[in-house]
Design a protein around this ligand. Structure first.
Ligand SMILES: *Cc1c(COP(=O)(O)O)cnc(C)c1O
Length: 484
């Protein structure tokens, strides 16, 4: 039997119960035990966000002329963001659905600016390998050329000379991060601003994760590299609210230094038979919910509330950083400059730590090795972490000791070699099925997510990408028994 729309409707309570049942096995974020994906502001923050969101759930931000409320929220959020990032009266921006959309719009704006103003038909961009994958997605969707630049192996920051060496005649855009997600460090943005100006290029600063919190860290006495509009040469900035502004998912901004630049972000179509389409963002019809919730939280928490959250986050980050420094066998990859931590292991694999911590009720994030960055564990700290540090640290210590002791978490050498030798061109769906069977039966392999992470880490990145694509392609299918 195919799964069809249920013939008869059910009582609202029945449907809600089904939703609860479905959610029972989701990652439990409410206790703050999740070191990625969720930023927890507490029950009151959640309540304000939900009320604001629900009030504007049905309003459609597609047309700001008939929803003056949504236009007001957006312009005010952008104005507050500009002030937060030390821009001037000429700065403009738009509210988007998330960091990826903001980054893609920055690239699209640069591309169309270059085509129009500089006559470059096939523009190219230069980005550190530590820049978020959203820029590679932008290059892919927008069919742009890019060069990935390696970073300094000690600091994980990009070196301006390496960025400069990658510039070509068709280069239009440099990208840098404040901070980058993987290791939590800020690129040398003042130097890159100078470079951009001297070569007449645009410079986008991806401050999706750091943009909101770092100005508060600076006020708390941390030395934070200048990364915002105060730096000459920075032409656009992306900043998310659904991270350290604790807004519901679907909340970010893309800011430009001027309307002259932002013009190239807007898509307009007068050449079809329907209503006039004038879209500054990728989405067209969109709920007013995320916009209203973000606006509400900025007013509810206020500068003081966010400063307090930043202080708690900083304290938790320091405590966990210091604890990790003392744990034998592991090593911080970089000195954290924000609220993100990455640590690697010496002489054993970090991947089992993920499964062991999961058993203890914590979610920590594995990162595969690539271009000078070895496999590691990532922790995004937030204000809710502070109350848990005393429980988290001993559990982490135990998990690391267990991972070290059990050192069965290595692939047998012949398997490693086999995986490493796989080539993208000869990788067929059959190869994928064999690999999955191997990981699934687990013969001679560690349990849980460890096996798959070890396997992915042993492969060429291009092969790992195929494996992950196949995995996703298998994940989103009709439920079992539903196919006709
Ligand atoms: C999270 C993040 C992004 C992507 O944002 P999404 O909201 O997940 O689409 C881009 N850049 C950085 C630095 C990020 O941390």
């Amino acid at each position: 039997m195919a799964m069809t729309i249920p013939l008869k409707g059910a009582a609202a309570e029945t449907v809600m119960a089904l939703l609860e049942e479905a959610g029972a096995h989701d990652l439990p974020w409410r206790e703050g035990k999740t070191f990625a994906y969720v930023y927890e502001g507490g029950r009151d923050v959640e309540e304000v966000a939900k009320r604001a969101y629900m009030r504007f759930l049905t309003e459609n931000a597609l047309d700001p002329t008939v929803y003056p409320s949504l236009l007001k929220f957006e312009n005010e959020i952008v104005a507050m963001s500009v002030a937060h990032l030390r821009g001037d009266a000429a700065c403009v921006g738009n509210f988007t659905s998330g960091g990826t959309e903001s980054c893609m719009l920055a690239v699209k704006t640069a591309r169309d600016h270059a085509r129009r103003e500089r006559g470059i038909a096939e523009p190219h961009m230069v980005l550190p390998v530590t820049a978020h994958a959203a820029f590679q997605k932008a290059a892919h969707y927008l069919d742009m050329e890019m060069t990935l630049v390696p970073v300094d192996p000690e600091s994980f920051k990009v070196r301006p000379a390496d960025m400069e060496a990658a510039i070509r005649p068709e280069t239009i855009l440099l990208v840098a991060s404040a901070c980058q997600y993987a290791h939590g460090v800020v690129d040398p943005i003042p130097d890159l601003g100078e470079l951009a100006q001297s070569r007449n290029l645009l410079l986008h600063v991806d401050a999706c994760i750091g943009g909101f919190i770092l100005p508060f860290f600076r006020r708390l006495g941390e030395s934070v590299t200048d990364f915002d509009f105060a730096v000459p040469g920075v032409t656009s900035i992306s900043m998310d609210f659904h991270k350290y502004a604790y807004a519901p998912k679907g909340a970010s901004v893309i800011l430009h230094r001027s309307k002259e630049l932002r013009r190239h972000q807007i898509f307009t179509a007068a050449t079809w038979t329907g209503y006039s389409v004038i879209n500054p963002t990728i989405q067209s019809t969109k709920s007013g919910g995320p916009l209203a919730a973000t606006w509400a939280l900025l007013h509810y928490l206020g500068d003081e509330g966010y400063l307090r959250f930043a202080e708690r986050t900083l304290e938790a980050t320091r405590a966990i950083t210091q604890a990790i420094r003392k744990i034998p066998g592991v090593r911080l990859l970089a000195e954290p400059e924000s609220s993100l931590i990455a640590f690697a292991a010496d002489g054993f694999s970090v991947f089992p730590i993920v499964d062991i911590m999961r058993r203890k009720g914590w979610f920590v994030q594995p990162q595969l090795g690539y271009m000078g960055s070895e496999a590691n564990i990532h922790l995004s700290i937030d204000q809710s972490t502070l109350d848990l540090v005393d429980r988290f640290v001993p559990d982490l210590e135990e998990a690391i000791a267990e991972a070290q002791r059990r050192n069965d978490a290595a692939l047998p050498e012949p398997v490693r070699e086999l995986l490493g030798a796989l080539e993208p061109a000869s990788f067929t769906p059959e190869t994928y099925r064999q690999l999955m069977a191997m990981a699934g039966t687990g013969e001679g392999l560690p349990e849980g997510t460890t096996a798959i992470n070890l396997m992915l880490d042993a492969m060429k990145p291009e092969v790992a990408a195929i494996v992950m694509t196949e995995f996703m392609n298998d994940l989103y299918v009709q439920p079992k028994g539903a196919a006709a």
